[in-house]
Design a protein around this ligand. Structure first.
Ligand SMILES: C[S@@+](CC[C@H](N)C(=O)[O-])C[C@H]1O[C@@H](n2cnc3c(N)ncnc32)[C@H](O)[C@@H]1O
Length: 429
């Protein structure tokens, strides 16, 4: 029986890493055959469904299915699907512990695994193992050790507060007061200060789902890998491109030490310690197919990338990473940026600026991660995207916050911010 919070609705969110095209780009970069074609995608614990609805509007050739415990979330999601006349998506009220497998190519689970008890975690792993088609990918988001463990202290403080409608504000105010008074916890965990600041800017309902739900479990990556392996799922990497590039995401002196470790769960555990990782966005696959060197090169050459609104058109880049600022050399990035500023380009075209395939692959993954470029697909039927965006703009005029507008050429959605002209073009406004 689930004890997950149901009396406060989760706000609408969009996660760029959920887009099948994003996942395909990351898997291709890793040398894996990404699921392709008319994909079926599912999300366990989809909340009010915004992310899945936006993906359905952006990818009318694919089908989407969301499940959530909370009937009010599902009612909201169904209402938007009906009002935007999206015919490639369905939502069902379901507790994952009671849900039968459903064949999918892409499965998403974000904001759930660390916030439920062991039996629900086991049900999520079993559902993923039984539902994924061979070659399919499962994106699993969870809090990890050691960085995530610090937030158990936040959870404990919220749990100790008396139940009231002011519990979130009361908790955040106390944590802020402790931080400002020099509490030892914040001295030992500097990253907790940044998280606290971002929580104070968040919708209280978001904070409630993070900290008022009774279960709160930062997990060891090795345990998660073992749980997935027991269901026939193999850990293949991260949906966060930067984290697949050790040279740019691990402190320099730890890189050799970690590279020498042959055992995957131990290596991933060491990476978490090296990065003081708090959250993971892991990718698991059922029967992953590794590309031969020739097929990998071909797949990289076939990809098309576009610049995103606000992308620089030349110069060097500085990437702000967990291990500090990483310089993106001008001689690599400037020609790529200049070419992308003129329109979409294939991997094959970009090879003339950076002829070393490995280097180009990493550079494009860094542009993806930093929000400068995005993989692009041929646009099919744009009517669902236009209907969805029109509906979102009417919500926005009524004062509802809209996290993203659909950009069908990206198979994804973009925050409604940044240079208007580029946004209008990509979102067909
Ligand atoms: C934090 S929200 C995340 C929503 C969405 N995945 C996102 O990332 O924007 C977690 C969702 O999981 C749902 N949930 C919790 N326990 C569940 C269960 N046992 N089965 C299905 N859904 C569940 C909650 O109702 C809630 O909507």
């Amino acid at each position: 029986m689930s004890n997950y919070l149901t009396d406060l609705q989760y706000p609408a969110r969009f996660h760029r890493e959920h887009a099948p095209l994003w996942l395909a780009s990351v898997l291709t970069a890793l040398g894996l055959r990404a699921p392709e074609g008319r994909l079926s995608c599912g999300e366990i614990g989809c909340g009010p469904g915004f992310g899945l609805l936006a993906l359905a509007a952006a990818n009318p050739d694919m089908s989407f299915h969301g499940w959530d415990l909370n009937p009010e979330h599902i009612a909201r999601a169904r209402d938007v699907a009906a009002r935007a006349s999206l015919t490639n998506i369905r939502f069902d009220v379901a507790d994952i512990e009671q849900l039968s497998p459903h064949p999918v190519d892409v499965l998403l689970c974000h904001g759930l695994y660390s916030w439920v008890g062991a039996s629900t975690r086991a049900a999520i792993a079993a559902f993923a193992g039984h539902s994924l088609k061979p070659g399919g990918v499962f994106l699993l988001h969870y809090m990890t050790l050691p960085g995530g463990a610090a937030f158990q202290a936040f959870h404990a403080l919220f749990a100790a507060l008396p139940r009231s409608s002011e519990r979130i504000a009361n908790g955040l105010n106390r944590l802020k007061a402790l931080q400002e008074s020099g509490a030892g916890f914040f001295a030992l965990h500097p990253h907790a200060t940044g998280t606290l600041e971002s929580l104070t800017r968040e919708d209280p309902a978001y904070v409630a789902h993070d900290y008022l739900t009774p279960e709160f479990h930062p997990l060891a990556v090795a345990d998660v890998i073992a749980a997935m392996e027991a269901e026939g799922l193999e850990h293949v990497g991260s949906a966060t491109p930067l984290e697949n590039i050790d040279a740019l995401s691990l402190p320099a002196q730890t890189q050799n030490l970690i590279a020498q470790e042959a055992d995957l769960p131990l290596r991933e555990t060491m990476k978490d310690i090296a990065r003081n990782q708090a959250l993971r966005l892991d990718l698991y696959m059922k029967k992953p197919r590794r590309l031969s060197a020739g097929d990998h090169l071909e797949a990289l050459r076939r990809q098309t990338f576009s610049a995103l609104p606000g992308a620089p058109s030349s110069g060097s880049l500085t990437f702000s990473t967990r291990i500090g600022a990483v310089e993106g050399p001008r001689e690599i990035f400037s020609p790529l940026l200049s070419r992308l500023a003129t329109g979409p380009a294939t991997g094959a075209e970009l090879e003339q600026f950076v002829p070393q395939p490995g280097l180009l692959n990493q550079a494009m993954q860094m542009l993806l991660w930093s929000g400068i470029a995005h993989p692009t697909r041929k646009i099919g039927d744009t009517a669902p995207a236009r209907r969805f965006n029109r509906l979102m703009m009417s919500f926005s005029l009524q004062g509802t916050q809209v996290p993203a507008l659909v950009a069908p050429s990206l198979g994804s959605a973009l925050p409604p911010a940044g240079p208007q002209e580029a946004l209008n073009r990509l979102c067909l406004l």
